[in-house]
Design a protein around this ligand. Sequence first.
Ligand code: GLN
Length: 490
Amino acid sequence: MAALTDLTIAQLTSTLAQKEASAVEVADAHLAKLDEHRALNAFITETPDKAREMAKASDARRAKGEAGLLEGVPLAIKDLFCTEGVQTTAASNILKGFVPQYESTVTANLWKSGAVMVGKTNLDEFAMGSSNMTSHFGGVENPWKRKGDNRKLVPGGSSGGSAAAVAAYMVPGSTGTDTGGSIRQPAAFCGIVGLKPTYGRCSRWGVVAFASSLDQPGPFARTVEDTALLLQAMSGHDPKDSTSAPLPVPDFAAAARNPDIRGMKVGIPKEYRVDGTSDEIVALWAKGMEMLKAAGAEPVEVSLPHTKYALPAYYIVAPAECSSNLARYDGVRFGLRVPGKDLTELYENTRGAGFGKETRRRILIGTYVLSAGYYDAYYKKAQQIRALIARDFKQAFETCDVLLTPTAPTAAFAAGEQMDDPVSMYLNDMFTIPASMAGLPGISVPAGLDKDGLPLGLQLIGRSFDEETLLRAAAALEKAAAFGARPAGY
Ligand code: GLN
């Protein structure tokens, strides 16, 4: 039998159902991998005791014939989801030591379906970043390396720990959040599948807020089917989140098991042909379209004319919302407190010591664009652009069912590369941000290796709340690309 840690979620659930292994054995096998690969720094908090306790309870449920969809499946949770009784930091010094007294809806849904938590994963501070290098707890190492080059590469971000943990076979699945690309870009950098659902599909309740109108929880896994299984357990209407969609949860796994895309129209947005994208990625994009065509899909050229404004508009909207959301960290209610001679000084000392450089930069930008004199010139304008971006997609979806684009303009880069200039870091999300601005679902599927042996991803974008078509197309792409590579030594 294959090692338990090599199994996909679908394989694990059937192994467990056939009693070929217990949930405790499955948890122990994965916990041993956490030990083995601790140097990747993928986790901020490991929860081995909790994992064994949850696995034991899972075995007991199974013995009673009460197995849920993810019964006994070990998962890693981005340390942005509040977990009752388990430290939740958002990778920020300001939340160090914060232990929530409540569970986020998404994680509660996962536990209800029988999943087992092995720990909380590292991320960019407050999910702001594309490299995981802004974490107060240090960067995460990507398990992949360039051929013949021992330099450490970043896993992408912000959900870098969650992606690295899945790519390194420490867990078969994990949760992330995606505000402008934080699930899709790390999935591409780590050679796994990452799905950002439609805004409103998964509840944001109990997820530390970055930019509330963009934030969306979603899954990472090594197969499209596994992301569908996770999404099925994570999603659903939540009265505690007013932006949660009151829609039933479709059978996502069934959609992912049906890669029949005959007659599906796949849009290729011409504005996504931008300078700065690596030639290999451009070639892979064309190859991806050929593969979908061979599977029966029909390519259609579409236009999303406002694409070039998406990134600048995002870097107004997201910081604006972040500056308002992060106002609550004042040393009074959560985490860190640095005393001062009066209340104002306590606020200043706490926020000065608690927030990292990138977080402070975003708060400053956000406060500026929301200030009385600049609100109309920046924030209002950005919101108007956002409406135009959403309209572009709506029009494109009149002639196609999904869009195919690259996920990121480059493969994973080395820690230190692209770091000095924040703007070049921001460019990493140029292909993921437009769908975020429009609230649309997107998925990154590993589709090939570059000349250095690093994984590259292709992104599919779907219609609002049509994750089923998206998953079907992703399954077809996965099947045709037959990626199957794993990082050396893992
Ligand atoms: N990299 C983008 C940013 O820094 C997106 C982050 C995210 O999706 N959370 O804002």
